[in-house]
Design a protein around this ligand. Structure first.
Ligand code: 15L
Length: 270
């Protein structure tokens, strides 16, 4: 793997990867709708609006592997999700096909399955249960991944990222936290492992409270180095200051589930 494009370069994960992927691949290209303000001289950057197919094609030209972080990274109005995330994600996969890109690592999210209760441990065979329009767009990206893998021969890895941060910041994050270095390990499996066709991994570190069975990632050699439990006391102390949330506290997706919630079911049924 020589030529790698990372979209969403100006976002939080993009900024972290600009440090952590340095020197890992001979040619790294970064892309975003706006130029990161700390771009170093000599860094290859292509400005691209994901909703514009011609700009996306220019960004992927000459690239072998893509890490697709781009798009709106939390819940948002439908028009925003539709343009930058649904149309944008389609453009990215379709441009990759047209330009003979070999691999895509798609940054999916825990919010594609956020409406599973925390007490249930799920694997990647559980049907999606998005908790937001944002979660729906992540499920859509995973579906595109399967289409382009099986119909067009791309090698696709979707990583359902929990919460990337230097440390888990509350009780829910003790279950879903991923240290940036562990995410790099998963990304590298997606870009390099010879047996990838279309895989879904959970993006979490070694978390004893994890909601997910990450068997697929382990099968491909993932060995997370960080343990969320090392931060337990601070995370639980922070949790004690957060007001209780009947719906968000029940489901894996937390506040993404309670936001705009007007269901009338007793959440304990699900
Ligand atoms: C996500 O997918 C978001 O991008 C991030 O901002 C966090 O909210 C994270 O999920 C989370 O669930 O903590």
């Amino acid at each position: 793997m020589q030529h790698v494009l990372v979209t969403g370069a100006a976002g939080d994960i993009g900024r972290r990867l600009r440090v952590l992927l340095k020197g890992v691949y001979p040619h790294l290209r970064w892309s975003d709708v706006r130029r990161p303000n700390d771009l170093a001289a000599g860094e290859d950057f292509v400005q691209a609006e994901l909703a514009d197919m011609r700009q996306v094609e220019a960004a992927v030209d000459g690239i072998e592997g893509i890490v697709h972080l781009g798009g709106f990274s939390v819940e948002g109005p439908w028009e925003t999700i539709l343009n930058s995330n649904i149309i944008g994600c389609y453009n990215l996969f379709e441009a990759a096909r047209r330009k003979d890109v070999e691999r895509i690592v798609f940054a999916s999210s825990n919010h594609a399955v956020g409406f599973y209760p925390r007490r249930r441990r799920i694997g990647t065979h559980a049907p999606v249960r998005p908790d937001s329009r944002y979660g729906v767009r992540k499920a859509f990206g995973e579906a595109l991944g399967a289409l382009y893998a099986f119909k067009h021969g791309l090698r696709v890895t979707s990583i359902r990222i929990g919460n990337i941060a230097d440390a888990p910041v509350d009780e829910r994050r003790l279950s879903i936290w991923i240290k940036p270095d562990d995410l790099v390990q998963l990304i590298r499996i997606g870009l390099e492992h010879p047996d990838i066709r279309n895989e879904i991994f959970f993006g979490m570190s070694d978390n004893v409270r994890g909601f997910w069975d990450n068997e697929a990632a382990f099968r491909f050699g993932y060995r997370p180095q960080a343990r969320s439990e090392d931060f337990r006391d601070a995370a639980l102390a922070a949790q004690a200051k957060i007001p209780p949330d009947r719906i968000g506290g029940h489901y894996q997706g937390g506040p993404f589930c309670s936001d705009e919630y007007d269901g009338d079911a007793d959440p304990s049924w699900y």
